[in-house]
Design a protein around this ligand. Structure first.
Ligand code: APR
Length: 246
């Protein structure tokens, strides 16, 4: 952990790339662990745009409890440490694959959501936008939430398999990665493109890669430093170290 603090001191402010593993300590399961979401739900049946178009009620039956769980979860030590490190100038921005809004709720200021979020849902008929509170209200009824004006099904503004990523956030993420002298990956297997290409962008521009993840990631071999363990414990210790020594 002292090594990671030293790397951030030397090469910071770093760009942080987070995945589902940063939120498991808030009680939210990740995707690819043995007890992760995709072990229980087939991503083709519940996570693809084709599945949503074919049977939105079925896909919303997966998202409805998920929306409640994500809304009820609280930021954990990892989210709080990253917000603290940004306030103190050690983190430039957090790029997240997560849709749970927990970085923002922890106080992070520059958060780039490359897979969308639960903040809004959009009507698939007339494109009206509905905030989270309205969607939660509609989820108390049966079936998929529907538009007040045209009765078409709402789609959560999260990226499904088979969809393009929203252009502005992904462009911003690649710009940040290209400028970073250090990219710190937290809690991601780095198996999903194009996000998994962000560390390569940093490396090819001469920056370094550090990883905090329980278990292997696709880019471990390219990392200057890999810490295998709890994101909350490791990031809290790193934030403490940087508070004491700077
Ligand atoms: N501390 C550190 N690492 C953790 C912790 C923790 N507390 N909890 C879980 N992990 C690790 C897991 O061991 C795993 O290696 O985090 C990683 C999470 O990886 P994935 O489940 O693959 O999640 P992610 O990389 O975010 O997935 C990318 O795939 O289907 C999707 O769209 C979804 O955004 C998601 C994308």
């Amino acid at each position: 952990m002292a090594e990671l603090a030293a790397l951030i001191r030397e090469r910071g402010p770093c760009v942080v790339l987070t995945g589902a593993g940063v939120s498991t300590e808030s009680g939210i399961p990740d995707f690819r662990s043995p007890d992760g979401i995709w072990a229980r739900f087939d991503p083709l049946e519940y996570g693809s745009i084709q599945a949503f178009r074919a049977d939105p009620d079925k896909v919303w039956s997966f998202y409805a409890p998920r929306f409640s769980m994500l809304t009820e979860a609280e930021p954990n030590d990892a989210h709080l440490a990253l917000a603290d490190l940004e306030r103190r100038g050690f983190v430039r921005a957090v790029v997240t694959q997560n849709i749970d809004l927990l970085h923002e709720r922890a106080g992070s200021r520059e958060v780039v959501e490359v897979h969308g979020s639960i903040r809004t849902s959009t009507c698939s008929g007339c494109s009206a936008t509905y905030p989270l509170a309205d969607v939660l209200e509609r989820l108390r009824q049966d079936g998929a939430p529907r538009c007040t004006s045209c009765d078409a099904v709402l789609k959560p503004d999260v990226v499904f398999f088979g969809e393009l990523l929203p252009r502005e956030p992904i462009d911003r993420a690649f710009e940040l990665a290209g400028e970073a002298k250090l990219i710190l990956v937290v809690g991601s297997t780095l198996e999903v493109q194009p996000v998994a290409g962000l560390p390569l962008e940093t490396l090819s521009a001469g920056g370094a890669l550090a990883i905090v993840n329980r278990g292997p990631t696709a880019l471990d071999a390219l990392a200057t430093l890999k810490l295998d363990g709890s994101a909350g414990k490791i990031l809290a210790a790193v934030a403490d170290d940087l508070a004491r020594t700077s």
